[in-house]
Design a protein around this ligand. Structure first.
Ligand code: HEC
Length: 430
């Protein structure tokens, strides 16, 4: 198959062994004693007890489903990464959803078919969430590029474009209940509203890199055709002509659980993809556990070959073959393991390069639980103070004093000041 052939040519040293469907040989395993690769989901492979500070989040239960969170999120993924229109490869379904600029606006609008993407700057990338500027910001130079070996100079200037999308049930809930502006949120606060999104609500957050920068970054990648063969790409009509971006990472959250179901995908070529936390996937990966390489940072981890079950889901949904090259880092449904050890889950690009620099102490649930708004409809200082240092473990109730939770969705920080409240909450609550 062409994928196998050209990858072998491209990356002979790192990937030749793993790109052709042979069992990948995790680099980390060369020195690790525990090379377990088939642990059941319920048994944490990392040393959960014995005083570990955190352990990598493991798949868990999903309300109303018999499958675990790995399988559940892969199922959702094959639905929202499918072509929006059968037979037309792009856009895919999630690209037709609402961005934060579409949602958190005094004039919220569900995007028209074919509307251009609206990228935004990561709030986690150092900006103060209480005073950030316009939502709709294009590609931004990430604060922690050097950590990931990401180019820090070059032409075009290396940058990462971040995208957040919310599906229609979530958009309708936010807009239908006037939660899209600070005025509406202030009214919700006055009414002590319990913000509860519908179970079908989904959000994604994706990081995109301009193709020339990607080529400069990824070892062995040297031309645009190969990028298009291995990555999902998007062409923007820039001021000086078309600009092509490749998707490198994708966060997913689903409201199916009260604390949401969280997962993160990484392109298989992301440097240091399984560093620190390892990679865990009980459903989609042939190799369910890839231990971190503790001896070298930003190394390559080979391909994450897909299980027959996931391949079937992907082909049934008519997914482009490029999606075979995206790997689940792990999924998270709890704050902590059964013995109280906090769970950690973070992405080598979204948290480490674009965000605040930490993967090993990142916990999706433990940070998102503080997504909230105060009496004026803006997030409180106490809540946004949690963003720079990555809280883990169970939530600290006092942080939410004087605030109401926004059902784990941090996008609330983008709600603009102003706005009018057409309907009081008591009438519109569903
Ligand atoms: C330290 C805090 C923090 C951690 C850890 C964190 N996030 Fe977020 N996340 C945010 C903030 C702040 C936003 C909104 C602003 C932005 O995009 O920067 C956000 C936005 C998102 C969104 C868009 C929906 C929304 O409004 O919340 C998704 C999806 C998401 N994160 C998924 C994840 C996943 C999956 C993980 C774990 C792998 C994770 N996040 C870890 C702070 C965090």
């Amino acid at each position: 198959m062409s994928r196998c052939k050209s990858l072998t040519m491209l990356l002979p040293i790192v990937l030749a062994l793993t790109a052709c469907g042979q069992a990948p040989e995790p680099v980390a395993n060369s020195k690790a004693t525990d090379t377990t690769t088939s642990a059941p989901a319920s048994v944490p492979v990392t040393n959960a007890s014995a005083g570990a500070i955190v352990i990598t989040a493991q798949a868990g239960a999903v309300d109303g489903y018999a499958v675990n969170s790995d399988e559940f999120l892969w199922q959702l993924f094959t639905e929202f990464a499918a072509p929006a229109q059968a037979g037309v490869p792009a856009p895919v379904v999630f690209e037709t959803w609402a961005s934060d600029a579409d949602t958190f606006s005094t004039t919220p609008t569900w995007p028209a078919p074919g509307a251009a993407k609206k990228f935004q700057a990561s709030v986690l990338g150092g900006a103060n969430a209480q005073t950030h500027g316009a939502i709709d910001v294009p590609c931004v130079q990430p604060p922690n590029g050097a950590l990931g070996g990401f180019p820090t100079s070059g032409t075009p200037t290396p940058c990462i474009a971040e995208e957040v999308k919310r599906n229609k049930p979530q958009f309708d809930y936010i807009v239908g209940n006037n939660l899209n502006t600070q005025a509406g949120l202030a009214a919700a606060y006055a009414n002590n509203v319990d913000v509860q999104m519908p179970l079908s609500a989904i959000s994604i957050k994706g990081d995109w890199i301009k193709v020339p920068t990607l080529i400069a970054w990824i070892p062995g990648l040297d031309n645009v055709e190969t990028v298009r063969e291995y990555y999902y790409t998007y062409v923007e009509n820039g001021d000086t002509g078309p600009v092509e971006y490749a998707l490198v990472s994708l966060h997913i959250s689903s409201r199916q659980n009260a604390n949401w179901v969280w997962g993160s995908l990484e392109h298989e070529l992301n440097p240091g993809r399984c560093d620190d936390l390892g990679c865990y996937d009980t459903f989609g990966a042939v190799e369910p556990v890839v231990l971190p390489n503790r001896f070298q940072v930003n190394s390559q981890y080979g391909s994450c070959d897909k299980s027959a079950a996931l391949q079937l889901l992907m082909s049934n949904a008519q997914l482009s073959p490029v999606w075979q090259n995206y790997c689940m880092k792990s999924t998270q449904v709890d704050y902590s393991a059964a013995d109280g050890t906090p769970y950690a889950l973070g992405n080598s690009v979204i948290e480490r390069i674009t965000g605040n620099g930490t993967v090993v102490a990142s916990s999706c649930i433990a940070c998102h639980v503080y997504a909230s708004f105060g009496s004026d409809g803006a997030p409180t200082k106490a809540a946004t103070a949690m963003l720079p240092f990555n809280p883990t473990g169970e939530p600290i109730p006092a942080v939410l004093d004087g605030a109401l939770k926004f059902d784990f969705m941090w996008g609330v920080v983008h709600a603009p000041a102003g706005g009018s409240v057409q309907k009081p909450w008591s009438q519109s609550k569903n």
